[in-house]
Design a protein around this ligand. Structure first.
Ligand SMILES: NC(=O)c1ccc[n+]([C@@H]2O[C@H](COP(=O)([O-])OP(=O)(O)OC[C@H]3O[C@@H](n4cnc5c(N)ncnc54)[C@H](OP(=O)(O)O)[C@@H]3O)[C@@H](O)[C@H]2O)c1
Length: 273
């Protein structure tokens, strides 16, 4: 097995931290990115890996992060865009974007684009931690990506997670022939810090002992991320596709595979950032 350089955002907790532990134990060079400096440093210290801190609700921090990563790693084998989550009341970031949309979609869009020289050098796998919420909660309106007309935390989250999948599809169309292998997946319902800050009932479900009834552990939830990060594109997984339970998902939102919509989302995202 070749040693890969693997960057994982959302590496300070939950699925990202669990994936970092497993990939580092397997001998890969893992770099984690978190938002909370103390939590991120504690995971990095425990695992013995490098770490960086950036709040994705501030795109200047994402650009600074990309510049730092590029200096340290001219070639990256895997970028796992895993940071994200469901929010509470509608809130704008310092960049003026709805926070769910920015943290889950616009920030990883910027990070991926800024890291492209290193990703091309590594013929990288770019993983999007999406969610089945893309099917269950989305109400995707390309004219209202910021939830100005209609906002609910779960809809904003579902739309952002759908954007993760459309981004992977369009990244494949634009950069697949340059060796980039994008892929998106749903990790399952995982017992993590997820939903701790939302006003939606998911907070009640995820952050009480009830969660034992319907969730899997963070380590199990990290399984597909580890599989995709170490897998061979085109052999172990199909670039551009969306996975659930280690298989290309069949029951998906109707927007998946809509090339015109994915292109439109890309162009609007590029204009916004
Ligand atoms: N848990 C589930 O059932 C489930 C299901 C489907 C999809 N997902 C997806 O899985 C991914 C990982 O979530 P998780 O379940 O592991 O939840 P988690 O334990 O809450 O971890 C979320 C991670 O994202 C980081 N993050 C959150 N907001 C950020 C921001 N503004 N800037 C930078 N980093 C930020 C957190 O950093 P700090 O801790 O440092 O703040 C943390 O490392 C998310 O994209 C989530 O949407 C989860």
């Amino acid at each position: 097995m070749s040693r890969k350089t693997i960057v994982i955002t959302g590496g300070s907790d939950g699925i990202g931290a669990a994936a970092a532990r497993r990939l580092a134990a397997d001998g890969h060079e893992v770099v984690i990115v978190g938002r909370n400096p103390e939590k991120t440093a504690a995971v990095a210290r425990e695992v013995g890996i490098a770490h960086h801190v950036a709040d994705f609700a501030d795109l200047s921090q994402v650009r600074d992060l990309a510049a730092t990563l590029l200096r340290a790693h001219p070639s990256i084998d895997v970028l796992a865009n895993n940071a994200g989550g469901i929010m509470g009341h509608r809130e704008l970031t310092v960049d003026g974007h709805e926070k769910t949309h920015q943290v889950n979609h616009l920030a990883p869009f910027v990070l991926t684009m800024e890291l492209m020289p290193a990703l091309e050098a590594g013929r990288a796998t770019v993983i999007q931690t999406s969610s089945a919420a893309a099917l269950r909660f989305s109400d995707f309106d390309i004219e209202d990506l910021q939830g100005e007309r209609d906002y609910a935390p779960q809809t904003a989250y579902g739309n952002a997670k759908l954007a993760n999948i459309l981004f992977a599809e369009e990244l494949q169309r634009r950069y697949g022939d340059r060796g980039i292998a994008p892929v998106s997946f749903h990790p399952g319902l995982v017992a993590t810090g997820f939903a701790a800050g939302t006003t939606h009932y998911m907070r009640w479900l995820y952050q009480t002992p009830l969660k034992r009834l319907f969730t899997i552990s963070a380590d199990e939830g990290a399984g597909q991320l580890v599989w995709l990060a170490t897998g061979e594109p085109g052999v172990d997984f199909a670039p551009g596709r969306y996975y659930e339970s280690y298989k290309v998902a069949t029951k998906v939102a109707r927007e998946l595979g809509d090339a015109a919509l994915a292109r439109e989302l890309w162009e609007r995202s590029a204009t916004l950032v």
